[in-house]
Ligand binder design. Structure first.
Ligand code: TNX
Length: 548
């Protein structure tokens, strides 16, 4: 599909993916001590080349720049990590892999010699204030050393993303760049507002290979997104191999919207995605949509249909016509086996059971079905997330409802929240990445309206739905449905620059909310996406720097 105004993808396109190093504290052969003097920096770098603290997305809780102070990453820089922590060593390896590609420096990863190293970049699991919690961090940048302190590895990983954004955009290059590599001095103390900061990718309407999902994970973690919800089944395709029901993937996965090629993940491939995500502090939430959105399953097994007759495979984009047979006991055996296999492959706490748009199921049947599905998920040791329609059943205390409406009032959701149900906020008119930016956008749909940057950013997840207070909100999620989305370039075009807006709403405190400042922060990402080969939409609502 041709996208007007879209960037062509530079050669660095596929070179982006930085590997997480193995847990060994890897040391590259050349250390600062063994480098020739000529490899060490000689000239002072003008501070003006350093990025500003006000360019970081999501906006940090507290950022105190130190005027005139700059730290220079050089060929002599060592990345120190918390001794005895395999996780810290892995994060050190991850940071080193990103920085080595563009700097060409050896950047050895070594155990920190003391709790306060006087040089290098230290990733330490000590010295962070308790207030930053499990995902927050404190970043201190002085001319002599950079120290990142966190209470947990997730906080180090988040802090590393901030550090990346404080380096010049060329740091994201897949090839060696001339530098220099200044980091602005000062202190950042930072932690998230919400624990659930999600993106969703629909791999059912169109299938995307493992490499595309991994690339998307690499892109979203830059904005501290920590959940990837994968919509694994729908009317148009079933995308995960289930050993006890093999035709689901083999037949139900064989096509896609418009008759495009299908595909599915083997269980090993799904586990590869889960592991790739976990190494980047992202929890995978797998979704098997039910009882509606099930034509691919119904086409694969005649016995799942109330009529006993399998419908043909479906490649259109209508919704709401299919349903599992609520009155058949086999339906629950089916769900039990599918969820059992999926739960065994999924370390995260949630299984998403969809539950949306079950328009060909009566209200009573819907409640019966969802209540049984909840019990089945619980029996496999997981909690349910469902689209907010599930509040029309009887949510278990652990069930989370994902709001996808377009209004600020929903009595049933408000009542569930008052009753203890936690809510993930995905209002379609603000967070749906498949909505067009405007009438000229070729990709996407417009049933929930056009969504440009201002629409994605200007709402408050903690004070949006009448009767749903911040305490009931688990977080936010930006879904990308893929009826019209066929390639990685399409995914990127719809996600950027809107996904970082949703990510900021999930992370940053309301005190930092400011559209004018956000347009500048977001604009600063443009040169990074250019270097990374991310195919982003040049929204006119963003203050892009010249040349991005
Ligand atoms: C509604 S949101 C759907 C999806 C479609 C999407 C297209 C939701 C829970 N269901 O099935 O893909 O709209 O924007």
């Amino acid at each position: 599909m041709t996208i007007p105004g879209a960037r062509r993808l530079p050669a660095a396109f596929l070179a982006l993916t930085a590997g997480i190093a193995s847990s060994a504290v890897a040391s590259s052969p050349a250390t600062a001590a063994t480098l020739p003097a000529s490899a060490l920096p000689t000239a002072a770098v003008p501070a003006a080349t350093a990025v500003s603290f006000s360019s970081v997305v999501p906006a940090p809780v507290q950022a105190s720049p130190a005027a005139g102070v700059t730290h220079l990453i050089t060929a002599g820089t060592t990345i120190y990590v918390q001794p005895g922590s395999a996780a810290a060593a892995d994060i050190g390896g991850y940071l080193a892999a990103i920085l080595r590609r563009s700097t060409g420096f050896p950047l050895p990863v070594a155990d920190a010699p003391s709790p306060n190293p006087a040089d290098g970049i230290s990733l330490l699991l000590s010295g962070a204030p308790a207030t930053v919690g499990t995902e927050g961090y404190q970043l201190d940048i002085a001319s002599g050393a950079i120290a990142l302190h966190a209470n947990q590895p997730a906080g180090l990983f988040a802090g590393v993303q901030t550090l990346r954004q404080l380096l010049p955009p060329e740091i994201e290059s897949g090839t060696v760049q001339p530098g220099p590599w200044p980091v602005p001095g000062g202190q950042i103390v930072d932690y998230p507002r919400f624990s659930h900061r999600g993106a969703m990718l629909d791999v059912a309407r169109h299938f995307f290979p493992v490499a595309t999902v991994e690339r998307y994970i690499d892109e979203i973690v830059l904005y501290k997104v920590n959940v990837l919800h994968v919509h694994l089944s729908d009317d148009q395709g079933w995308r995960i191999a289930i050993n006890s029901w093999p035709n689901l993937a083999l037949y139900g996965g064989s096509t896609a919207v418009g008759g495009d090629p299908g595909g599915y993940y083997t269980q090993a491939e799904y586990q590869q995605i889960v592991a790739y995500a976990a190494a980047r502090y992202v929890t995978i939430v797998p979704e098997i949509d039910m009882p509606g959105h099930t034509n691919a399953a119904l086409a694969s097994y005649a016995e799942l249909n109330c009529s006993g007759v399998a419908p043909p495979l479906y490649t259109g984009t209508d919704v709401g016509f299919s349903s599992l047979c609520v009155g058949k006991e086999l339906t629950y055996t089916f769900i039990d086996q599918v969820i059992g296999e999926l739960a065994a492959l999924t370390p995260g706490p949630y299984i998403h059971i969809g539950g949306d748009e079950a328009s060909s199921t009566t209200a009573a049947d819907y409640a019966t079905f969802i209540n049984r599905a909840q019990q089945i998920v619980a029996a496999h040791g997981k909690s349910v997330i469902g689209w907010h329609d599930v509040v029309n059943a009887t949510p278990l205390p652990s069930t989370v409802a994902q709001f996808w409406g377009t209004t600020t009032r929903n009595a049933a959701v408000a009542a569930a929240a008052a009753n203890g149900t936690k809510i993930v906020m995905s209002p379609a008119n603000h967070t749906y990445l498949d909505m067009k930016y405007n009438a000229r956008t070729v990709l996407g749909q417009s049933w929930a309206g056009f969504i440009d940057v201002k629409d994605a950013y200007n709402w408050d997840p903690g004070d949006y739905l009448a009767g749903v207070t911040e305490a009931s909100v688990l977080g936010v999620e930006a879904p990308l449905w893929t009826e019209t989305i066929r390639t990685l370039a399409d995914i990127e075009y719809m996600a950027f620059p809107r996904l970082p807006a949703i990510a900021e709403l999930g992370w940053s405190p309301t005190s930092t909310h400011n559209l004018t400042a956000f347009k500048q922060r977001l604009g600063a990402q443009g040169p990074r996406w250019h270097v990374m080969g991310v195919n982003y939409y040049h929204s006119r609502q963003v203050s892009w720097p010249a040349g991005s």
